[in-house]
Structure formats: C-alpha cells, structure tokens
Design a protein around this ligand. Structure first.
Ligand SMILES: *[C@@H]1O[C@H](CO)[C@@H](O)[C@H](O)[C@H]1NC(C)=O
Ligand SMILES: *[C@@H]1O[C@H](CO)[C@@H](O)[C@H](O)[C@H]1NC(C)=O
Ligand SMILES: *[C@@H]1O[C@H](CO)[C@@H](O)[C@H](O)[C@H]1NC(C)=O
Length: 341
C-alpha cells in the first residue's frame, strides 16, 4: 500500500514536471523575450504577422487632420462605488472593468469597457510605452480596452470581428506624483505573481486620462499582444500624463510574469511590443499640428526678415549714391512685416 501510494506521488510529480516544461512551447505561452518572444508570436498567432498591426510610431508624414473627430464621451467611468478585480495575468497588471462603463461617440456605436492594463520598461531603461511619437518612447502606457456592445454580446465575441474593439491609450511620462494612478499602483504588492488577484476600491477612471482628451490620434490597428487581432480602433491621446519617479519604479519592480512557486522567477519588465510597419495607413488627428504650424510660421518670418534686410541693403546702396528715393520703401517694409505677423 505505501509503495503504491509512493508510486502515485512520483507519477504525479513527473506528470507535473512534464506539463510545466511543455507549457512554454504551447500556444497560450508567449513572452516579450527569448524563444517565445514577439518575433515568434506569428507562429501560433498568424495575425501577429499580418496586417494593421499595432503599436506604431506617430510621425508627421502619416498624420492627417480630420475635423470629424469630435470629443469622446466617457460614461459611467466613475466606478467609485464598486469593487474591481486587479489581476496579474503574467503579461501585465490588469484591472477588470465589468461595470456599466462605456464610450459614446465612436462611429455611432457604444463601446463598453472590459479592462485596463499597462506597458512599461525597466528601472535602467524606463522607456516602455508601446506607441512612440516621432520616434520617442514615453516611460509607460495605459490601455483601456473596450468592445462594441452594440454589435457583440461580450469581449471575446467582439475581439476578432470587424469594428469589434476600441482602445484608449494614455502615454505616461515622469513628473509629479499622480494620485489617480496610485489607486492602481498602491495595490501592486497584492498581485506580484501570475494568477494573483486582489479586490480594490473603484475610483473615477476618467482621472487616468490626460488634459485635453479631445486632442487625440486615431487609427485602425490591432491588439498589441497575441492574438494581435486587427480589430482595434485606436485613440491615442496627444497629451501625456505624469507619474512620479517612485510610482514608475514601483510598477517596474513589483511584478513577476511567473507563478509564486516558480523555481525560476521572471521579472515583469519591458512588456511592450516594438512599433510595427505602417505601410499604406494614415493616422487621423483631432488637433491642428502645433509643431508643423510653428515651423511654417518660422519659415514665413525668416523670409520676411531676409526680404526686409535685402530691401534695407538695397535702400542703403541707393542712398549712398545720394538718392532720397529710399524713403519710398519704408511703408513697403512695414506692410511686408505686418502681413506675416
Ligand atoms: C503543447 O503542444 C504540444 C504540441 O505542440 C502538445 O503535444 C502538448 O500536449 C501541449 N502541452 C500542453 C501542456 O498543452
Ligand atoms: C464619483 O462617485 C462618487 C460616489 O459614487 C462621488 O462621491 C464622487 O463625487 C463622484 N465623482 C465625480 C467626479 O463625479
Ligand atoms: C472578481 O473575481 C471574482 C472571483 O474570481 C469574481 O467572482 C468576480 O465576478 C470578479 N469581479 C469582477 C468585477 O470582475
């Protein structure tokens, strides 16, 4: 009897060991580094090697102003009176939002919130945003994931369908302490390992959004993690939010991708995907390009100055010859400067 019991335990141990060693090779297992890193995602998840992939670099060549991009309405975002589940899913820290929280004003459909999560770098290289702006990474990035609840019954039904998903992306930069983000960060210690969950007090999720949420980038892309479904209508807010150095460090150091009892723990760092090819797409923007406009203004100003100096030199040359006609040019200079101011 004891011998058979011992054998059963041994068999169970072998089975367990086999399962856990086989696991990294399998479909549900993907990582940001190593043999299951993003270059190999498309082997198990063909969409990851397909069209309309995210994230992307937002640079001026591909931006186009679109006056129809109106401000979104964030309804039911104040979930102060609810309890929410915070989870470590092995890839990020995720807050489930199974409440009556939705966006109005996106292609005349209602998109209901499903969850939010973050992407970040590591303490030595805190450049962990997924989207970049003119090649520049931000410290981290928040994604609030929604599904089209007009067309589909739930997130999983919507996730691989046309017009299925909408994600709001917030770029995060180091600055002053952010009390809204601390409503997530202050609970990280309870979900350090994969599979751990904590019930956390709800709060007004709209406080996670930056100033001027009416200014945003809009494009058609994909989930940035497997299965990389190309079904996401992206809204990347133009303005970043700030969190403190200490808050960022907490995010970069608190979490593990592995279970609590894993003999080879992996830190949850650099959980961002590289920017993807953009091909024929355009990014629509709800705001006038401030940078481009000031470059144009500087150009006009430069030309005006050159013109004014040329006229002045020309005038001086003439007056040296003892010609008093130079006076005639004075009003012309004033007019030139006035027209471009
Ligand atoms: C992993 O996938 C292989 C085939 O690729 C299969 O034989 C094995 O049973 C799978 N293991 C688990 C744990 O799903
Ligand atoms: C959010 O809801 C809570 C309680 O439901 C309320 O006390 C608070 O004033 C609300 N905040 C905003 C900004 O509406
Ligand atoms: C949180 O998790 C518990 C247990 O897993 C589940 O019963 C509950 O429905 C979840 N709540 C939310 C808001 O997802």
């Amino acid at each position: 009897m004891p011998r058979r019991g011992g054998l059963a335990v041994l068999l169970l141990a072998i089975l367990r060991a086999q399962l856990s060693s086989a696991a990294p090779l399998n479909g549900s297992k993907w990582t940001y580094v190593g043999s299951t890193g993003e270059k190999s995602w498309s082997k198990k998840y063909p969409s990851c090697g397909g069209l309309l992939q995210s994230p992307i670099d937002l640079h001026s060549d591909i931006l186009q102003y679109d006056a129809s991009l109106v401000p979104l309405q964030f309804q039911g975002y104040n979930v102060s009176n609810k309890l929410l589940n915070l989870t470590n899913d092995g890839h990020s820290v995720r807050l489930n939002l199974n409440a009556d929280m939705h966006i109005q004003g996106l292609h005349s459909h209602q998109y209901r919130a499903e969850q939010l999560h973050l992407h970040w770098g590591n303490r030595n290289d805190p450049r962990g945003s997924e989207h970049t702006v003119s090649g520049k990474h931000f410290a981290a990035e928040l994604h609030i994931v929604h599904y089209n609840s007009d067309l589909y019954p739930d997130f999983s039904a919507a996730s691989d369908k046309p017009e299925g998903l909408a994600v709001l992306a917030v770029l995060i930069e180091i600055g002053s302490f952010n009390p809204a983000y601390d409503k997530i960060f202050s609970h990280l210690q309870h979900v350090r390992y994969k599979g751990q969950q904590a019930s956390v007090p709800g709060f007004n999720v709209e406080e996670l959004l930056p100033e001027r949420p009416d200014e945003y980038y809009r494009y058609q892309g994909s989930l940035t993690t497997p299965p990389c479904s190309p079904t996401v209508l992206w809204t990347v807010f133009r303005n970043p939010v700030h969190i403190s150095q200490e808050q960022l460090l907490a995010l970069e150091t608190a979490l593990y991708c592995t279970h609590v009892d894993d003999p080879s723990p992996r830190e949850m760092v650099n959980n961002f995907r590289q920017v993807q090819k953009f091909d024929e797409r355009l990014v629509y923007i709800s705001f006038r390009k401030g940078v481009i406009l000031s470059v144009a203004l500087a150009g006009v100003l430069g030309i005006s100055i050159v013109a004014a100096v040329s006229i002045w030199l020309f005038r001086r040359k003439k007056s040296k010859r003892g010609d008093s006609k130079g006076v005639i040019y004075k009003p012309a200079i004033k007019k030139e400067a006035g027209a471009h101011a």
